[in-house]
Design a protein around this ligand. Structure first.
Ligand code: BGC
Ligand code: CA
Length: 297
């Protein structure tokens, strides 16, 4: 196994790793830098576009467009100008909220959750967030509220369970998931993190039904069995705040990992964590993931 920084120091709060199979490129966002990024491992090119607001999630659509969960809206992104076209607004009465993590389900719905303003990383105005779903007809439904930091989402191999993280619970939770209707129910704990493991942030599913979790504030990505709650493996990184991960590469067997330098002083970055806001690629894990679901537009 090897861990390599493939895009070095390219922002502040890097999030939303997304491997785009059609273009074989890797998308991610810098929430605090207001930018969406694209990295092409075949030629090493790295491009970015400023969208002018806090952008939480980037995904692709079936028709090839780029879609965001950004500030308090779902929107299309015009890559050449950075212009956003709003598809739907959320949290209209909470103007200081913003979208955080999101992902599309197997029926092409776009799920994403919000959070209140943070005074410093993980110190948030409590219970301001909600979990939303944008349907292919562009209607929006709300599925959970009173959330602190809405974060990672993933589905079981049979699509009967949706795994979900509200970071300050320090758990990965499970909902029963109805793939046909998009309803979730029966919220319950699936994995409980120890103090040493830090805060659960973003996650993805592998083809064996195991979850890979970016652990904020503990320098690691952990693999868990979400049925038993058991930790199976730990991969360590030379940075503190891992935010998320996703599988990518031609064979979907490389793990792309995002991290954050928000709240870490310039001095610590310089002397102790020179890669504090980088994209890492882990190879040789011996497992594969799935192609990302796209929004059904
Ligand atoms: C959020 C950050 C937050 C971190 C730790 C991330 O997903 O984007 O704002 O500080 O989680 O909970
Ligand atoms: Ca996250």
């Amino acid at each position: 196994m090897s861990v390599t920084a493939v895009v070095k120091n390219c922002g502040i709060l890097l999030e939303s790793p997304y491997w785009d199979v059609p273009s074989q490129t890797f998308y991610f966002v810098d929430i605090l830098g207001h930018t969406v990024h694209r990295y092409n491992p075949a030629n090493g090119s790295h491009e970015q576009v400023n969208v002018g607001e806090m952008v939480g999630t980037v995904i692709k659509t079936k028709s090839g467009k780029i879609m965001l969960a950004s500030k308090c809206r779902f929107a299309y992104l015009d890559w050449s100008t950075g212009a956003l076209t709003t598809v739907a607004n959320v949290d209209k009465d909470l103007p200081n909220n913003r979208f955080n993590d999101g992902k599309c389900d197997a029926k092409g719905r776009f799920w994403a959750g919000t959070m209140g303003p943070e005074s410093s990383p993980a110190v948030v105005l409590p219970k301001q967030g909600s979990l939303f779903c944008l349907h292919p007809d562009k209607s929006v439904t709300k599925h959970a509220e009173d959330l602190d930091i809405s974060n990672g989402i993933a589905w079981s191999l049979d699509n009967k369970i949706m795994y979900y993280i509200d970071s300050l619970t320090r758990m990965i939770e499970a909902f029963d998931f109805n793939l046909e209707t998009g309803e979730i129910s029966n919220r319950r704990p699936a994995v409980k993190l120890t103090d040493e493991e830090g805060l659960p942030d973003g996650m993805c599913m592998d083809t064996e039904g195991m979850l890979w979790l970016g652990c904020y504030s503990s320098s690691r990505v952990n693999r868990y069995n979400p049925i038993t709650g058991e930790k199976l493996q730990t991969v360590m990184f030379p940075v503190t705040n891992i935010t998320s991960c996703c599988f990518g590469g031609p064979n979907l067997d490389e793990l792309y990992v995002t991290c954050s330098r928000a709240g870490i002083s310039d001095e610590i970055v310089k002397n102790e964590q020179p890669l504090a806001a980088s994209i890492f690629k882990v190879t040789g894990l011996g497992v594969t993931g799935f192609a990302s679901n796209e929004f059904d537009d």
